[in-house]
Design a protein around this ligand. Structure first.
Ligand code: NDP
Length: 432
């Protein structure tokens, strides 16, 4: 708090993990003596650069760009790029810190990073997005590579942006390969990467419900967001027999009591890149209830899956969800539940799973994309889907092992401790 008093997201993320891992650190002579947790909190490197580019009116625009290479202990730095006006150093440091722990849970050889810009692709022409991505990559390319740092997508960085970023990297370096993941299937992408975070979240949910002696069949679910994670979560949950009754975006929430059909969700997935509000267009077809500026957390549901952005579910939302009978909350986004919300869930013994465990499917598939690129091999859809299920089941087991409190599985604590042990052991083995 003294060193970075203004970085509230970063402090929130480090405090959240500290409460679970400091006792583990204190119980291990080497971890304690070598200041393992303190060293894990600081990013190994932060790269800042400015991005100048030409808009369609031939005016120069200047944005900020960053790459936070948090931790390379167990593999090349790995984590997404976010293009959003809310991006700043604190947000990227929190995301990179969380990413190191998440990546450790996957069991794959990938370190943690995050990057991005305050550029907003919304409302920009394709040419503007392309010129921005090219200018961004002209600087970033000197800091990344298949064995150094492998960026991917995040908020507002989807297949179009990844294509432009990768194209520029390839032209400058004259090299095809795994320096970026989330690529299209035609040029080195992996099957199931697009769906992986949402599908993985539902596979994890299946395991959580099984552990609790129940199943997803017939459960009412509130999903927030209407982007990559939210839509694939809603689709897989629907395919598994649940009723998803909400989707949302920064303008409001679409409630649909009957539950979205697979066909509705596939339609939104196919049309979500369009500039207008896709949920309003969906509502014209299905006649649900659009509530401007509302969140989904007032609904009566069994399960809440926040899949939009950080701190979108706060203490009062948590209390309302609990009052309305919600029993399970799994994060699809990164840190969508603020501290007060997490506290309310834990105190009421609501099962709460943090994103670093439940949304790790995306980065896990990215790790598998890297492996395919390194060997010029392309695995089948079925192989990748079952690898994803296996990785999520393994993360679930680690959480249960480290978070079992007798009558309750504390998934947040389990995930923090399991990830910390892997990183701490690597740090000790590699010396100071
Ligand atoms: P997208 O850009 O595809 O979608 C983001 C969605 O969240 C949009 O519907 C957006 O609405 C909504 N949203 C953004 N900000 C707000 C806000 N302040 N209030 C309400 N809604 C908001 O992003 P992704 O689906 O890829 O990512 C969502 C979350 O999941 C992020 O936290 C990301 O870090 C995390 N994540 C993503 C992974 C991936 O593989 N994509 C992997 C692991 C985590 P609008 O269009 O109106 O802005």
């Amino acid at each position: 708090t003294q060193r970075y008093p203004e970085q509230k997201e970063y402090l929130q993320a480090t405090f959240d993990i500290a409460k679970d891992v400091i006792p583990v650190c204190n119980a291990n002579e080497k971890y304690k003596q070598w200041e393992v947790f303190k060293r894990l909190c600081e990013p190994e490197r932060i790269i800042y650069f400015s991005v100048s580019w030409l808009n369609d009116n031939h005016e120069i625009e200047i944005n900020k760009g960053w790459r936070v290479q948090h931790n390379g202990l167990i593999g090349p730095y790995k984590g997404g790029l976010r293009f959003h006006p809310t991006v700043n150093e604190s947000v990227l440091k929190f995301l990179a810190f969380e990413q190191s722990f998440k990546n450790a849970l996957t069991g794959l050889p990938i370190g943690g990073a995050k990057g991005g810009s305050d550029f907003n692709p919304k409302g920009r022409s394709d040419y503007e997005v392309m010129r921005f991505c090219q200018a961004f990559m002209q600087e970033l390319q000197r800091h990344i590579g298949p064995y150094t740092d492998v960026p991917a997508g995040d908020i507002n960085v989807g297949s179009r942006e990844i294509g432009y970023l990768y194209g520029e990297y390839r032209k400058i370096n004259n090299r095809f390969g795994g320096a970026i993941t989330g690529k299209d299937i035609e040029f080195g992408g992996s099957y199931v990467r697009t769906e992986a975070t949402g599908f993985g979240l539902v596979y994890f949910l299946d395991d959580v419900l099984k552990q609790a002696g129940t199943s997803i069949e017939g459960k009412r679910i509130a999903v927030s967001g209407a982007g990559n994670v939210a839509l694939h979560t809603a689709l897989k949950a629907t395919q598994h027999g649940a009723k998803v009754i909400s989707l949302s975006n920064s303008r409001g929430t679409l409630f649909y009591e009957k539950g979205f059909s697979e066909e509705d969700l596939k339609w939104v997935i196919d049309h979500k890149g369009k500039p207008d509000n896709i949920l309003l267009s969906l509502n014209k077809k299905i006649k649900g209830a659009w509530e401007a500026n509302a969140t989904p957390w007032s609904a009566e549901v069994d399960i809440a899956l926040p899949c939009a952005t950080q701190n979108e579910l706060i203490g009062k939302d948590a209390k309302l969800l609990i009052k309305n009978g919600c029993k399970f909350v799994l994060e699809g986004a990164n840190m969508p539940c603020n501290e007060a919300a997490q506290k309310a869930f834990t105190e009421s013994k609501i099962v709460f799973v943090p994103g670093k465990a439940s949304n790790a499917g995306g980065v896990a598939l990215s790790g598998l994309e890297m492996a395919q690129n390194a060997t010029f091999h392309k695995a089948t859809y079925e192989a990748m889907n079952s690898a994803l299920q296996e990785i999520m089941a393994n993360i679930h087991q680690q959480c249960v092992k480290e978070g079992d409190e007798g009558d309750f599985i504390n998934y947040a604590k389990g995930a923090n401790i399991a990830a910390f042990r892997r990183l701490a052991d690597a740090m000790v083995a590699q010396g100071i």
